[in-house]
Design a protein around this ligand. Structure first.
Ligand code: CMC
Length: 428
């Protein structure tokens, strides 16, 4: 028998079904609340609100658990490359060898951009932020690939998915080349996904570029740990936009804009700016921890804290270890990594951070790895977007395939003035 919760209001009692997830998470299903009681729920920032059921990603913020389609992210990061994880998230199972080869080949076939798309890049100012370019060009894909935009046609959707995954590294690398005034480098389909991205980012026509396998490994790992994170701000945006039956390119472009903000994916860029600032200021991490605790100061420790993780962020643990390995292997001594480690140690022993359960999140160490790979700071959030793309797509698909899909349309409690008499302009 289904368990019920009870709500009593105004002398009436309402029984509300309790929903249980496969990992024993509980929620109350308030679908009939307004029709039965006239009440709605109010939950600023959706802190207590489940917007959907989902079978894609499980995370337990108290225990620091993150699994994609049931598989722990640590195991995926150790055993798969990013393209395999894309397949898993989007199609719901680990691919057999032949399925994976077909998928890889299809992605390879779509890496080039329509030549006319390149002209967009001439219209952007040279110092344009690459996240702005990324969202614009992804949005503009719906003008170039109008042959397959129908969200209700599975063939259209599948080709859109392959085009997006294949072209996003090309779009991203071109935005970098534009910002430094170098010619665009065409994709080389003999290379694999991550190699190709590094080639388009760093090769120049005048010299041979050899892709470093350690860079490829590190970048695959970073993309995998960013690949999905259930109903975060950008994924919820993609679902929200997609719920109106907007096409996949439009929905993903909106997700990219949501990710850009410094409280979300933009935090990786903000972390490195903060670490630079601390270094220039003599490396006094205690001072910045004090500033972060001071309620009269709006400074926050970027890369610290998470809405869901209240123990540790498993992604941060994986990234910190990879960061250590990579810097060691490259024999690099990055002062920012040292400052980051000091800052983490001071914050984690401070009662303010302990009481509020604030731990380093995914963005805290990722920037240090990107720096070691030679990726400029402005591109960090673009890398996050490349990683999150399969998660966005998987959620968009899951929503469209759901028999209970509805347009997302929250309600509100109105707090403005009641009806006013109109005042003619001369009497105001
Ligand atoms: N530095 C100092 N104090 C903090 C921080 C921080 N980074 N994060 C939270 N707090 C304090 C906050 O002031 C509040 O204190 P009090 O209870 O005294 O008012 C308490 O901790 C709870 O914070 P909150 O803002 O209510 O928590 P939230 O769940 O709404 O916000 C967050 C989560 C990630 C936006 C926030 O922790 C933050 O701003 N962190 C810095 C930005 C960041 O690193 N973002 C990346 C998030 S992970 C990747 C991603 O999602 O893209």
């Amino acid at each position: 028998m289904r368990e019920m919760a009870k709500l009593s209001y105004n002398g009436k009692e309402l029984e509300i079904p309790v929903v249980e997830g496969s990992e024993k998470e509980l929620g109350i299903d308030i679908a009939n609340l307004r029709s039965k009681t006239g009440l709605i729920t109010l939950d600023e920032g959706y802190v207590n609100t489940g917007s959907t059921t989902s079978a894609i990603t499980f995370l337990d913020g108290e225990k620091g658990v993150l699994r994609y389609r049931g598989y722990p992210v640590e195991e995926l990061a150790a055993n798969c490359d990013f393209v395999e994880v894309c397949y898993l998230l989007i199609y719901g199972h680990l691919p057999k060898r032949q399925e994976l080869e077909l998928f890889r080949n299809s992605i390879r076939l779509h890496t080039m951009l329509h030549e006319d798309m390149k002209s967009f890049y001439n219209g952007f100012p040279r110092d344009a932020h690459p996240m702005a370019i990324l969202s614009s060009v992804v949005g503009a894909m719906s003008t170039f690939y109008q042959d397959a935009l129908d969200p209700s046609n599975p063939k259209h959707v599948n080709i859109c998915i392959h085009r997006l995954i294949a072209k996003i590294p090309t779009i991203a690398a071109y935005s970098h080349k534009k910002s430094i005034g170098q010619p665009f480098i065409y994709p080389d389909n003999n290379l694999d996904y991550v190699e190709n991205f590094l080639h388009m980012m760093f090769a120049v026509p005048a010299a041979k570029y050899v892709v470093d396998p350690d860079f490829v490994k590190a970048l695959n790992l970073l993309l995998i740990v960013h690949a999905d994170h259930e109903q975060n701000c950008s994924t919820s945006t993609v679902r929200m936009v997609g719920s109106s039956n907007a096409n996949l390119f439009a929905s993903i472009a909106a997700g990219i804009c949501a990710l850009w903000g410094p409280l979300h994916g933009g935090a990786n860029e903000a972390v490195v700016s903060m670490l630079e600032r601390i270094r220039e200021d003599g490396g006094n991490v205690e001072k910045y921890v004090r500033m972060a605790k001071d309620k009269d100061n709006n400074f926050r420790l970027m890369g610290f804290g998470h809405r869901v993780y209240k123990n540790f962020d498993p992604r941060a643990t994986i990234i910190k270890a990879a960061c250590d390995r990579l810097l060691h292997k490259l024999n690099l001594d990055d002062p920012l990594f040292e400052i980051a480690q000091k800052l983490e140690a001071v914050a984690l022993s401070d009662p303010y951070f302990i009481e509020r359960k604030l731990y380093p999140n995914v963005d805290f160490y990722s920037g240090v790895i990107y720096r070691a790979l030679g990726i400029p700071v402005q591109m960090f959030t673009v890398l996050f977007a490349m990683g999150r793309l399969p998660g966005w797509i998987a959620h968009w698909l899951e929503m469209h395939e759901s028999p209970t899909k509805k347009i997302c349309r929250p309600r509100q409690i109105y707090t403005g003035p009641q009806k006013l008499a109109f005042v003619p302009i001369d009497d105001r």
